[in-house]
Design a protein around this ligand. Structure first.
Ligand code: MIC
Ligand code: SF4
Length: 656
């Protein structure tokens, strides 16, 4: 039987297990990436593991989320990250050089390699044939130390692309169509492998828009085969020698198949406040728009901004709308500036930001109260833009620019009819991506050789091994699709404490209930209860670490998002799956007791746990965990587990 492209790459990197969906596999990681808001913990954990040098082919540290450095704590984090990259042997991308996924794609991503990153949108370079996966920071630290990365072998789903995109339809609309069909839970446990005749009609940056936002489907990753378009893209980056042809076998078998006829795609928009609330733009038309933003790791590259520039040539942004462009990398800014497009856009009324994530997580350009913001980003979770009750829509650069011209949501095809002289700008790559490399410090050029820690950079707290007896109050009951932005928001006031867990913990779940953190501290242990897809969104391990710090013992949820569940194991929190009926019945404030000897049961492979509620009724919690995850959980988390193994003289520190 032939292999899928995913299976081929996994086979090449397999160090443990078999490629059977649902089984845990261990894979060798070639490249790692980390960024400024997850990276501090990565390196603190790398240090705590006693590791002294990066072991992967390549490691890259980016400074991209909080580049405005509103507070010295952000600046100290960046200084620490530069020192860690220097000391341990990673590339360092300076603040303002661009978003990790974009800078990585431009400089390092390569077909056939594996990439692990402490950011959920790490799958972006899947668009150029790299198998890239997002994870918590501790998994990145271990992989960077030479340890394998363990993940449940996903089902490989074939997304067959046919036809060609019509005028005004874009790659963003393709992934919005996937979200419309499958929802934000539709990709859990899956890798989407794109094939079919439609693939060759899309350039690499279009493909990476699709693979980037595959994360919003909950997918483990997304990948495209490589072809002339990949080779052309790499050669425009001056990296043609890294091209490798990669295709699935003709007789590859997929778990499922989805067909998308590109010629039927039309401009789409995700309505507030979930990326899967997708409708045709025409259904949302007429809504006044106060803010338009082009940027983010999804649609912030040069070829994403160019259409806006062409559409605005000789036109102006509507008087009641503000339009901001935040390029995804300095390379995009530099090329646009050299070609004169920056000046054109400025003359049309556009403001430019430095290359940063910024507004995507509510840092800068927070929308006004009771207003509509149209963004080319990938997430519009409620409150993420920096204001509760926000109205953020997600769309393509073309739809965003059409709204900026008209001052309201409009399908660009209708705007073109109305204006008479507005043409579809198409999707065009430059002759070469000839940005300068000044902002990347290579390991050999390292500025520092010792770690530089400011006063806000603390240690990573550890948890005791799992107790035999677990009981406590249901401290919070939550609904479906709780995001990591609910658990630990990433807005400026909170983000600056990412390296200071005691302080950061004060904000835990504040977006759901601002009394939670104090109540958790006051009670002696406790549990969280949630509906489906708990912990979707970001890879931030703080969403497990902070509840752990507050004394939370476990989470009872109908289902978990992949990265968050791994983070719960990594920090020693028990994730139990419960059924809908029990979820409905259990109330906040109920007392919970796990009847079994928990530590023993976890270690012995027990799957069903009896949970006694209010000493009155019982429910069954299901623990879906590999033997390795059970050991980690019982030892009180991965850091303790790995160190313990090392102290026992067993495996190498990174090799759990
Ligand atoms: C996000 O888009 O939510 C983030 C901010 O990039 C996160 C990482 C983080 O929380 O630092 C992600 O996607 O993993
Ligand atoms: Fe940055 Fe937003 Fe992309 Fe996350 S989703 S990496 S915050 S641009």
């Amino acid at each position: 039987m032939g292999q899928t492209l995913t299976e081929k790459i996994l086979d090449d990197h397999l160090v443990e297990g078999e490629l059977t969906p649902g089984e845990e596999i261990g894979i060798e990681i070639d490249q790692v990436l980390t960024q400024d808001t997850t990276g501090t913990l990565v390196w603190l954990q790398f240090e705590a593991l006693g590791l002294d040098e990066v072991q992967t082919e390549l490691a890259a540290q980016y400074c991209d989320h909080q580049t405005y450095q509103f507070d010295f704590k952000n600046t100290d984090d960046h200084r620490f990250l530069r020192s860690a990259a220097g000391k341990f042997g990673a590339y360092f991308s300076r603040p303002g050089n661009g978003i990790c996924h974009n800078v990585h794609k431009e400089n390092f991503a390569a077909p056939g390699k594996t990439l692990l990153g402490s950011d959920s949108h790490t799958p972006t370079p899947g668009g150029m044939g790299e198998l890239a996966i997002g994870s918590g920071g501790l998994d990145v630290a271990v992989a960077m130390g030479g340890g394998a990365y363990y993940v449940e072998m996903p089902e490989v789903v074939n997304v067959r692309l046919e036809g060609e995109l019509p005028a005004w339809a874009t790659a963003k609309d393709v992934i919005l169509e996937m979200l419309r069909r499958l929802s934000v839970k539709g990709g859990v446990g899956k890798i989407f492998e794109y094939t079919g005749p439609g693939v060759e009609t899309l350039s690499v940056p279009e493909r990476t828009t699709i693979t980037n936002m595959g994360t919003e489907l909950g997918a483990t990753s997304s990948i495209f085969p490589t072809d002339e378009k990949t080779e052309d893209y790499l050669s425009k980056l001056g990296r043609e020698d890294e091209y490798v042809e990669l295709q699935p076998d003709d007789d590859a078998e997929y778990a499922d198949q989805i067909t998308i006829d590109l010629s039927e795609i039309e401009p789409l928009i995700a309505c507030p406040s979930m990326p899967d609330k997708v409708v045709p733009v025409r259904e949302a038309a007429g809504e006044d728009v106060e803010q338009v933003m082009i940027g983010s790791c999804t649609n912030g590259g040069y070829p994403d901004i160019l259409p806006a520039a062409k559409m605005l040539e000789g036109r102006e942004v509507d008087m009641k709308t503000e339009m901001i462009i935040a390029p995804a990398s300095k390379q995009a800014s530099e090329i646009l500036a050299r070609q004169g497009w920056t000046a054109e856009l400025m003359a049309a009324g556009v403001n430019f930001s430095e290359a940063t994530c910024g507004a995507c997580i509510g840092i800068g350009h927070v929308p006004g109260s009771d207003s509509v913001s149209l963004r080319t980003f990938n997430r519009n979770f409620e409150g993420r833009s920096g204001i509760e009750d926000d109205n953020v829509y997600l769309c393509s650069p073309e739809v965003a620019t059409a709204a900026a011209i008209k001052g309201e949501i409009v399908d660009p095809r209708d705007l073109a009819d109305e204006l008479g002289d507005l043409e579809d700008p198409g999707f065009e790559l430059p002759e070469t991506f000839d940005g300068s490399k000044t902002d990347i410090i290579e390991p050999e050029e390292a500025v520092d050789d010792e770690l530089v820690k400011g006063p806000n950079i603390g240690d990573v707290p550890l948890k005791d091994p799992l107790d035999a007896h677990l009981e406590g109050e249901t401290l919070l009951k939550m609904e479906d699709n709780i995001t990591t932005d609910h658990i630990i928001p990433a807005t400026q006031d909170i983000l600056m404490y990412r390296s200071n867990i005691p302080k950061l913990s004060e904000f835990t779940l504040s977006r759901v209930d601002d009394t939670f953190a104090q109540r958790a501290l006051d009670s002696d242990g406790g549990f969280l209860v949630a509906g489906e897809n708990y912990g979707q969104g970001s890879s931030r391990e703080h969403a497990a670490l902070c509840p752990m710090y507050l004394g939370i013992e476990g989470v009872l949820a109908q289902s978990f998002a992949r990265i968050h569940k791994a983070n719960l194991f990594n920090f020693g929190l028990l994730p139990l799956e419960i059924d809908e009926e029990d979820y409905e019945k259990i109330e906040q404030g109920d007392d919970i007791e796990i009847v079994d000897d928990v530590a023993e049961a976890v270690r012995s492979g027990q799957e069903e746990f009896t949970v006694r509620v209010n000493d009155d009724w019982e429910l069954t919690g299901h623990l879906d965990a590999s033997e390795r995850e059970r050991e980690i959980l019982a030892d009180g988390g991965k850091l303790t587990h790995v160190k313990q193994k090392h102290d026992e003289g067993g495996a190498a520190p990174a090799d759990d």
